[in-house]
Design a protein around this ligand. Structure first.
Ligand SMILES: Cc1ncc(COP(=O)(O)O)c(C=O)c1O
Length: 432
C-alpha cells in the first residue's frame, strides 16, 4: 500500500489561505477555483501545495497532463528549445517544430485521405478555426451542435456550448446560425438516434449546414458516450449533404480514451479534428487537423495567430506525442481504463447513489443520483464528496450540466499503487 498522500492540519493551510486572500483582492471574481489551494510543485500524478501538503491529482489540470506533471522528457524539450528560441511568429518566419507537430498530427489523425493541420493556442481557438475552415470550404454558415456540449469560452465557443450556467449566463447576444439537438445519452435520452435528419427539420435544412461539431465523448457534459450507431448516422448525414463533420477532441484526444483520438474507436472518421489540452504536456498549444482538400479552401492569411504554434509549446508537443505513442503501444491507457472502470462498477453495486458508470478507455466517470429510478441529480452530494476527498488528499473534478458527475482525469501514467491509494480515499468518501 503506497503512502503518497500527506496532509498536515486543516485545509487550506496558512500559506494557501494567505494567497486565496490576495487572490480575492486582485483576481477577477469570475475565475472559479475548484480547490481552495495554491500549488507549489507537481510531479507525475501528485501535487504539492504551498503548505507542503501532498495530494493525488485526479484532475490533471482538467485533462492536460495525460503523461503526468513535469514529465522529464517534455521538461527537457522545453528547456532546450526555450534557451534557443522562445518566439518568432510562424506567419513571420518558419521554424521546424511547427512543421514537425503538423506532420505528426497528420500521421496520427484518423482518415486515409491527405491531411493538413494548423496550430493555435487554446481549445476554443481550435474550435473557432475548425468552424471558420468549414464555412469557407462549404460556402455555408449554419453549424449544428449538441445539448450539454462544451466548446470553450469565446463568443462562438460559448454559443456552441450547451450548458447555460455558468458559461453563457448574461454573456449574450450569442453568435448567429448555431442550431442544437439533444446529445444521445444512453443513461438519460436517446431520442435523436435513428431520426437525426427528422430531428433537424424544425431547426435548419441540412443543405444549409456548413458543419456539425461534437465531442465524441462529452467532457464537461459528463463523459457521455453515444452508441456507435449514432456516429454512423451522423457520418451518413454529413456525406449526403456535404456537411463538414468536426470532432472536438480537445478533452478526448491525446490518448485519454486508449487511442490517440476517440473517433478511432467509435466507428467514424471526422473531416476535421480539434486537439488541445494534453498535446503539449501542460504547455498551451492546440490544433485542427483533417482533410487537406478542406484546408486548401482557405486563402493565404485567413488562419494564424501571434502565438499560435509557439516553438516551445511545439517542442513539448513533439516530445509528448512520441511518448504517447509508446504508452499506447504498451497498452497503458487501456489498462488504466479497465482498472478504473472495474473499481467504479464495484462501487455502483454497493452504493445506490452511483447511478451510472460510463466512459471510454481511461476517460471514466460516475453519475451520482438520489434515486436510481427518478435519476434526480445528487449535486450537493457530489460537491460534498469532492470536498471530503480533498481533505483526505485526493483532488477530484465534477462535470455534467447538473454538477452531479465525478470525472477522472488522472495522468495515464499514474502508478498502480498510487491509483489504488487515491481510489480507496474516494470510496471511503462515498455517501452511504
Ligand atoms: C471539448 C472541449 N472543447 C473545447 C474546450 C476549450 O478549451 P480551452 O479551455 O483550451 O479554450 C474544452 C475545454 O475544456 C473542451 O473540453
Amino acid at each position: 500500500m503506497a503512502h503518497t498522500i500527506r496532509i498536515e492540519g486543516t485545509l487550506p493551510g496558512p500559506k494557501s489561505k494567505a494567497l486565496i486572500d490576495r487572490r480575492s483582492k486582485s483576481v477577477a471574481g469570475g475565475v472559479s477555483l475548484a480547490h481552495p489551494l495554491f500549488v507549489a510543485s507537481a510531479q507525475g500524478s501528485t501535487l504539492t501545495d504551498v503548505d507542503g501538503n501532498v495530494f493525488i491529482d485526479f484532475c490533471g489540470g482538467i485533462g492536460c497532463l495525460n503523461l503526468g506533471h513535469a514529465r522529464p522528457e517534455v521538461a527537457a524539450a522545453v528547456a532546450q528549445t526555450s534557451s534557443r528560441l522562445t518566439h518568432a511568429c510562424f506567419q513571420v518566419t518558419g521554424y521546424e517544430e511547427y512543421v514537425a507537430v503538423c506532420e505528426a498530427l497528420c500521421r496520427l489523425a484518423p482518415g486515409s485521405f491527405d491531411k493538413k493541420a494548423v496550430l493555435l493556442s487554446t481549445g476554443a481557438e481550435a474550435v473557432e478555426n475548425a468552424v471558420k475552415i468549414a464555412r469557407k470550404h462549404s460556402g455555408r454558415s449554419a453549424v449544428l451542435c449538441f445539448d450539454h456540449a462544451f466548446h470553450g469560452r469565446t463568443l462562438l465557443g460559448m454559443t456552441l456550448t450547451g450548458k447555460a450556467a455558468p458559461y453563457k449566463q448574461g454573456f449574450g447576444p450569442f453568435a448567429p446560425e448555431v442550431y442544437r439537438l439533444p446529445y444521445p445519452d444512453p443513461y438519460r435520452d436517446l431520442s435523436v438516434v435513428g431520426r437525426l435528419e427528422q430531428a433537424l427539420m424544425p431547426h435548419v435544412r441540412p443543405e444549409e449546414l456548413a458543419a456539425v461539431i461534437l465531442e465524441p465523448v462529452q467532457g464537461e457534459g459528463g463523459f457521455v458516450v453515444p452508441p456507435v450507431a449514432f456516429f454512423h448516422e451522423l457520418r451518413a448525414l454529413c456525406d449526403k449533404h456535404k456537411i463538414v463533420l468536426i470532432a472536438d477532441e480537445v478533452q478526448t484526444g491525446v490518448g485519454r480514451t486508449g487511442t490517440v483520438f476517440a473517433s478511432e474507436q467509435l466507428g467514424f472518421v471526422p473531416d476535421l479534428t480539434t486537439v488541445a489540452k494534453s498535446i503539449a504536456g501542460g504547455l498551451p498549444l492546440s490544433g485542427v487537423v483533417g482533410r487537406a482538400a478542406i484546408f486548401d479552401s482557405v486563402h493565404v492569411g485567413g488562419l494564424g495567430g501571434t502565438f499560435a504554434g509557439n516553438p516551445v509549446s511545439c517542442a513539448a508537443a513533439q516530445a509528448t506525442l512520441q511518448l504517447l505513442e509508446a504508452e499506447i503501444a504498451a497498452g497503458r491507457p487501456k489498462a488504466l481504463g479497465e482498472k478504473l472502470r472495474a473499481r467504479l462498477l464495484a462501487w455502483q453495486k454497493k452504493h445506490p447513489i452511483v447511478g451510472d458508470v460510463r466512459g471510454l478507455g481511461a476517460m471514466q466517470a460516475m453519475e451520482l443520483v438520489r434515486d436510481p429510478k427518478s435519476k434526480e441529480p445528487a449535486d450537493t452530494e457530489t460537491k460534498a464528496l469532492i470536498a471530503a476527498a480533498r481533505t483526505k488528499g485526493v483532488l477530484l473534478l465534477s462535470a455534467g450540466t447538473f454538477g452531479n458527475v465525478v470525472r477522472f482525469l488522472m495522468p495515464l501514467t499514474i502508478e498502480s499503487a498510487v491509483l489504488d491509494e487515491g481510489l480507496d480515499v474516494v470510496e471511503a468518501c462515498l455517501p452511504r
